[in-house]
Design a protein around this ligand. Structure first.
Ligand code: CUA
Length: 410
């Protein structure tokens, strides 16, 4: 009946509008409509061209169909037995016209599409001189970012789950995978391009302003695909230089002097919180936590903490897989995250958790609860079947060669 039809129609409309009501659709942290760089902007432009062309066709076709349905439908029993009207079999003029219109519509979409495919493929010629270049490598389930070799003499500078870039500069990202197919996607900046086994893909991106931008693996890659995330952090030139300087330092501040240099190098970032383009809701809080973490005055108490952490790191053989550049040179299994300056990262566990002491504790004591199926949980000591055991009563985890309890993890 008409009433059922209307009710269903309204329900469908309400469901379709849900993303609009929640607002995530247009302004959320992974919105492709809220572009912050030229590549994402170009991709959005193509989307709008396609949307308009197909939208106009949809309105035309649906309009004619609705008109014909209402105008020519049988209105009563008498109509149903009326003689069948004359049946036409094709009209060459209309058919040719429709073919021509379809071709025009496709060409209209194809021209900007092809233009933008070339544009988004690689850094534009005029920006190549100032472009930055990094490697991004997908793993189940995290992203590794490798910086140019010349930055650090003894070992490559690599980050997990965070891609720090200079704002306002083109960045070429070489895309590789360690295992299965992943896809690199930063909705507000660029993507999606797959990271394929045995294939060298790349893309480029540019953040117009300093800021945080969420990234996400966009190709189903196993149990924890949905939580394979990362963050792009764009800094202005001065802050980026300070960040690089900080990253070049050895991983652990072993002297008060060294520690002071490390903490001081973050000071220029303190005001970033108030910079334009930082959304209160999504950006301010983690940054606040981050700067608070970076800026304490360094005293003997902090040094003692650092040394305690270092002792645990060694005692629990974290260093048998995880490298800390300059401090744990023997380690550095390339298939696990390098933990140099891990405290300076905003997130842990594949970009899933904010980097707070509570979350680190949660991650270490129940890695499988945080990110199902990950290798931190499986460990390699007993082969791939060496599952760790979590005892929730005592809050300890054994296996993976480690036992962590409350006190130590904090
Ligand atoms: Cu990696 Cu989905």
């Amino acid at each position: 009946t008409l009433r059922t039809f209307a009710r269903r129609g309204l329900t469908a409309l309400a469901v379709a509008c849900l993303p609009l009501i929640t607002g995530g659709w247009l302004t959320g942290p992974q919105s492709t409509f809220d572009t912050k760089g030229p590549v994402a902007k170009a991709q959005l432009d193509v989307f709008y061209v396609t949307l308009w062309v197909t939208g106009i066709i949809f309105v035309l076709v649906a309009g004619i169909l609705t008109y014909a349905t209402l105008k020519f439908k049988a209105r009563n029993d008498a109509d149903e037995h009326a003689p069948v009207p004359p049946q036409g079999h094709g009209n060459p003029l209309i058919e040719l016209g429709l073919i021509a219109l379809s071709v025009i519509a496709l060409v209209f979409i194809a021209i900007p599409t092809l233009h933008h495919i070339w544009y988004t493929y690689d850094v534009p010629e005029e920006e190549k001189a100032t472009a930055y270049e990094v490697n991004a490598i997908g793993y189940q389930w995290w992203f590794k970012f490798e910086y140019p070799r010349e930055l650090v003499a003894d070992a490559p500078l690599t980050l997990a789950n965070e891609l720090v870039i200079p704002a306002g500069r083109a960045v070429r990202v070489n895309l590789r995978t360690f295992d299965v197919i992943h896809s690199f996607w930063v909705p507000k900046l660029a993507g999606k391009v797959d990271m394929m086994p045995n294939r060298a893909n790349h893309l480029w991106l540019k953040a117009d302003e300093p800021g945080y931008f969420w990234g996400q693996c966009a190709e189903y890659c196993g149990e924890s695909h949905a939580v394979m995330r990362f963050r792009v952090i764009a800094l202005n030139e001065a802050d980026f230089a300070a960040w690089v300087a900080h990253q070049k330092l050895p991983g652990k501040p072993v002297t008060t002097e060294n520690a002071k240099i490390q903490f001081a190098s973050y000071k220029p970032l303190e005001n970033k919180r108030n910079a334009p383009g930082w959304s209160e809701k999504f950006d301010a809080d983690p940054f606040k936590a981050w700067t608070a973490q970076q800026l304490p005055e360094v005293g003997s108490a902090e040094l003692e903490l650092v040394n305690k952490g270092k002792a645990i790191f060694t005692a629990k053989t974290c260093n048998s897989c995880h490298a800390v550049r300059g401090d744990q040179p023997a380690a550095g299994n390339p298939i696990v995250p390098d933990l140099t300056h891990v405290g300076s990262r905003t997130t842990i566990a594949g970009g899933l958790l904010e980097n707070t002491p509570e979350n680190l504790h949660r991650w270490l004591t129940d890695p499988n609860g945080v990110k199902p199926g990950n290798k931190m949980y499986r460990g390699f000591t007993g082969g791939m079947n060496g599952y760790a055991k979590v005892d929730h009563d005592t809050n300890t985890v054994t296996g993976h060669n480690i036992t962590v309890n409350d006190d130590e993890a904090r």
